[in-house]
Design a protein around this ligand. Structure first.
Ligand SMILES: [Ca+2]
Ligand SMILES: [Ca+2]
Length: 414
């Protein structure tokens, strides 16, 4: 209506202005600077939340319609249906954008994660000469970064039909607990240094317990990729096998093993001259960054600590000699790099053996014994549509439970 006001001040165009004023009040029309009639129109914007959220309408989203020629913006707050209605829009080039800030409680209701979140959406500039026949659609996106969690660690191993021990069927499963795709490229995974409990009378806890700002790890493996090669969808997972075979049916396996890991995303292949670790051809290999220990990435069957972390300079991490040893080395990973941690100890009396700093993981789980086929699985906190949001209180005591059989890629009843 600014153009009409300007016209009203110009006496030469007085009668045109009068006509336009009448039109504006009845037909929602306006006048151009030249005095020719310019129709205004309404623009409807439909704002939706990310597909993985509990509901789709982005109520209370702040929607901006910016005229790029005049550099002016109109703001409308979306209604409960996520609809923002703009009126009396002049023809021109516009950018539609929206934002929505969710506090922790709002985010929890929509995503299952209690953390404040800001969502945004922006559309490329478009010419609007008349009311669009369909609402302009804006899909908000945004998520906390680094929402990968350790979903399951099957570390106890299994018994063979003749009562022997078997641990090549161990696996770690990493889960995308976020609302957006996370790329696993470059992700690092490592096991903590130190015993899981009073394994024998001489066993002592890790000497690194006094270090609360870093975790000390033995071996480090890395997901390959250049940045966007290994997507994990929300609610999806990355399955890392010690050996990527069907342990129940492979001649190198154990008919009594509880798992088939032939479709794992990755395996830890520890290439060595004696060929003791087999390279399953169908399962890609993690990058072996640092390997210290056995013929494969062997997690302690008494209970491992596992961390996932990221750093662009893994080679720059400190290598530390374990006090009291002459040749046992570990790598120091600052807590700040750690995305998630898990800890299992030998039994309920093993708290003194904790290896993961409490700032990363305040507790631990324990199985009933070794080679039991039991697995440690993170509990489901809530369901958002079909997507499970897993509990993430940085405390393995409450976040995890021991289940009777492993459940790779599922949450089935074991
Ligand atoms: Ca292997
Ligand atoms: Ca392989």
């Amino acid at each position: 209506m600014n153009s009409i006001l300007r016209l009203l001040s110009g006496p030469r165009q007085h009668h045109v202005a009068a006509v336009c004023t009448m039109l504006a009040s009845t037909l929602l029309a306006a006048c151009g600077d030249s005095g020719t009639e310019v129709r205004t129109f309404d623009v409807t914007v439909q704002v939706t939340l990310p597909e993985t959220f509990a509901q789709q309408a982005a109520a209370q989203a702040r929607v901006l319609l910016t005229n790029t020629e005049r550099n002016t913006s109109d703001t409308v707050v979306a209604n409960a249906q996520g609809v923002a209605q703009f009126t009396r829009i002049l023809p021109g080039t516009y950018i539609a954008s929206a934002s929505l800030a969710l506090d922790a409680d709002q985010a929890f209701a929509l995503t299952g994660q209690r953390a404040a979140l800001t969502l945004n959406a922006i559309e490329p500039a478009r010419q609007l000469l008349a009311a669009p026949t369909t609402p302009l659609a804006l899909r908000l996106s945004g998520s906390r970064l680094g929402d990968l969690v350790i979903k399951e660690v099957y570390y106890t191993g299994s018994r063979t039909p003749s009562g022997g021990t078997y641990f090549s069927d161990q696996f770690v499963e990493i889960y995308n607990n976020a609302t957006d795709t996370v790329f696993a490229d470059g992700l690092l995974i490592a096991d903590t240094f130190g015993p899981a409990g009073q394994i024998n009378p001489a066993t002592v806890p890790t000497p690194f317990q006094s270090t609360t700002t870093a975790v000390h790890v033995s071996s480090i493996w890395q997901v390959p990729g250049t940045g966007r090669q290994y997507p994990i969808a929300p609610g999806g997972s990355l399955l890392i096998a010690q050996d990527g075979i069907d342990h129940r049916n492979d001649p190198n396996g154990n008919p009594a093993s509880p798992v088939n890991l032939a479709s794992a995303d990755f395996e830890t292949y520890n290439e060595r001259p004696d060929g003791r670790d087999l390279d399953a051809p169908g399962v890609p290999n993690l990058v072996r960054v640092v390997h210290r220990g056995g013929f494969d990435w062997l997690l302690p069957v008494f209970g491992p600590g596992v961390v996932i972390f990221r750093t662009p300079t893994v080679a720059a991490l400190d290598t530390v000699l374990v006090p009291g040893t002459t040749g046992t080395w570990v790598t120091r990973v600052p807590n700040a790099l750690v995305i998630d941690a898990f800890e299992a100890l030998q039994n309920g009396n093993s708290a003194a053996y904790k290896r993961v700093p409490a700032g990363l993981d305040a507790g631990f789980v324990f199985a009933t014994g070794t080679y039991t086929g039991e697995s440690a699985r993170r509990r489901v906190a809530t369901l958002i549509g079909p997507r499970r949001v897993l509990r993430d209180g940085n405390n393995s005591s409450t976040d995890f439970e021991i289940i009777a059989r492993p459940t790779p890629r599922s949450f089935g009843t074991p």
